[in-house]
Design a protein around this ligand. Structure first.
Ligand code: NAD
Length: 264
């Protein structure tokens, strides 16, 4: 029980295949009290149905492209929980036409949207939720406890992955944001990290052209000779959300069966 007595909000559950949903289940199993958000009304019923199966009581709308919804989320979390121990940002979006062909053909609007939703939103969220994220007594060995912000990234932010295109550039900005936010928020005891997950078949992944070839290569090329599961990503995420990682911030932790380590 690594998150016993901890309160957190998870953004990014769309359905039962979502990485955010695996993290929600694992956080629940580790004793956390959760709030879940949904991007818009289209997702509300599905998110509430899933959350209810875990006994989650708190659901809030949050389109991360809208500052007023992020501010409203912060106000509602303050009213509900008072303080927060962790935030999971598992949100990304790019237009489907930008996730095929050459990166050189990226449109100005496609670039803006991918950066706004997939990268800038982490900074906006951190700024809004910073006053709620607590440090204080109760850390291991009588030390101060930390709070934790976690985002999800992909190898395409560090290396060229065909068709990932504008999302790769957004992930590069997201990973740089993790480092800058870690520096800004560290003095408040707030840690900011990313998990870089291997390819997993989810709703978002389906938007990337030829995504199945990324999955097919893993059992042949990744050191562990397999694809990773959302549960494996979630378990590593729980480590980063918990006091087990109290000395870790500004980090990108790969959970990709070792694929990132390979040259040829
Ligand atoms: P998913 O489609 O289940 O989750 C993406 C979520 O982003 C959805 O819940 C969607 O509602 C949300 N979203 C999109 N636009 C939004 C907006 N404007 N406001 C609020 N929410 C919005 O897919 P997933 O694969 O679980 O993606 C979660 C994260 O994991 C993403 O950041 C993704 O890039 C990252 N990731 C995925 C993989 C993979 O292969 N699936 C690999 C590495 C990283």
């Amino acid at each position: 029980m690594l998150l016993s007595g901890r309160k957190g909000v998870i953004l990014g559950v769309a359905n039962k295949r979502s990485i955010a949903w695996a993290i929600a289940k694992a956080a629940h199993d580790h004793g956390a009290e959760l709030a879940l958000t949904y991007a818009n009304d289209r997702f509300k019923e599905g998110v509430v149905d899933l959350g209810t199966s875990l006994g989650v009581k708190h659901y809030f709308p949050c389109d991360v492209a809208r500052d007023e919804e992020i501010e409203s989320l912060a106000a509602q979390l303050k009213a509900t929980f008072g303080t927060l121990d962790f935030v999971v940002h598992a949100v990304a979006f790019a237009k489907k036409e930008e996730l095929a062909g050459g990166f050189v053909d990226t449109s100005r609007e496609g670039y803006r949207i991918a950066q706004d939703i997939s990268s800038y939103s982490l900074t906006a969220l951190c700024r809004a939720l910073r006053p709620l994220l607590v440090r204080g007594e109760g850390g291991p060995g009588g030390g101060e406890r930390t709070s934790s912000v976690l985002t999800l990234t992909y190898l395409g932010g560090q290396r060229v992955v065909p068709n990932y295109n504008v999302m790769g550039v957004a992930k590069a900005a997201l990973e740089a944001s993790v480092r800058y936010l870690a520096a800004d928020l560290g003095p408040d005891g707030i840690r900011v990290n990313a998990v870089s997950a291997g390819p997993i078949k989810t709703l978002s992944a389906a938007g990337v052209s030829s995504f199945s070839t990324l999955l097919d290569q893993m059992p042949e090329r990744a050191p562990l000779r397999k694809n990773v599961t959302t549960e494996e990503v979630a378990d590593a995420s729980i480590f980063l959300l918990s006091e087990m990682a109290r000395g870790v911030t500004g980090e990108v932790l790969f959970v990709d069966a070792g694929f990132h380590a390979m040259g040829i």
